[in-house]
Design a protein. Structure first.
Length: 246
């Protein structure tokens, strides 16, 4: 029997792809300076496609080893860990071999990492929430997402919103709309963008009338950024009308 892969092997594979010039660019792009949302994050300089390629090589990485990577200060190591976790969750969710005990363990593992601040940048949230929490809650009570949305943590709130992308893709916008109503007054840029993005996807993937109905009731309260994202696929006349409501 072959030995299971380790976090050290993932680290070595990522290090082989590192580019110091890209590391400088990424540290600026992800706002790692003092007082910025990504303060203290360390980058190797590995682009997302290369990180995904590395992660695919380690699809059987045990949860403990995934946890070791999530505890790393290196951003790409945490991202690779989440890509592996996504793959493991998808494998446990296949209809013929669905393993709900394994799925539940991975969801709790993921939520613990979120609570501990290990899923702590917008790309990490966006790469994972809709692939783990969203599918898990498709056929369950969604109160968890409202608990997350009522916390002050930027990342927990973004996880709540992005998890609903799985529901939108399944044709159900209800939870997104409820969460959006609760988070309208959060003016933090990364919440504004997530909120507007999910609303836009409702109009694109479910029904434009559902989006415009929400905007008719709420555009006057919305932040400029959220509204701009939400109306992006509407007609110029509709965009102008909703912006004039603010």
């Amino acid at each position: 029997m072959s030995e299971l892969p380790t976090a050290a092997q993932v680290r070595a594979a990522l290090a082989e792809q590192a580019d110091p010039a890209d590391a400088i660019h990424l540290q600026r792009f992800f706002k790692t300076g003092a007082g910025e949302y990504g303060e203290g994050d360390v980058f190797l300089g590995v682009r997302v496609p290369a990180t995904r390629k590395v992660a695919k090589q380690f699809g059987t990485l045990p949860l403990k080893q995934i946890g070791d990577l999530l505890d790393s200060p290196v951003h790409e190591e945490r991202l690779a860990a989440l890509f592996v976790l996504n793959a493991r969750f998808a494998a446990a969710s296949k209809p013929r071999t669905r393993d709900d005990a394994a799925r539940a363990e991975m969801v709790e593992f993921y939520l613990d990492a979120v609570r501990r601040g290990r899923v702590n940048n917008w790309d990490l949230v966006d790469a994972s929430a809709e692939n783990i929490v969203g599918p898990w809650l498709l056929d369950k009570d969604r109160g968890l997402l409202f608990d997350l949305a009522r916390r002050d943590s930027l990342w927990e709130r973004r996880v709540a919103l992005l998890s609903t992308f799985a529901f939108i893709k399944a044709g159900d916008p209800s939870t997104t709309l409820e969460l959006a109503s609760e988070l309208l007054d959060d003016r933090r840029d990364l919440i504004q963008k997530a909120l507007g993005w999910m609303l836009r996807e409702i109009g694109k993937r479910v029904d434009p009338a559902v989006l415009t109905g929400f905007l008719d009731a709420n555009a006057a309260r919305m932040g400029r950024t959220a509204l701009s994202y939400a109306v992006e696929h509407l007609t110029p006349e509709e965009r102008a009308a909703y912006r004039a409501m603010r």
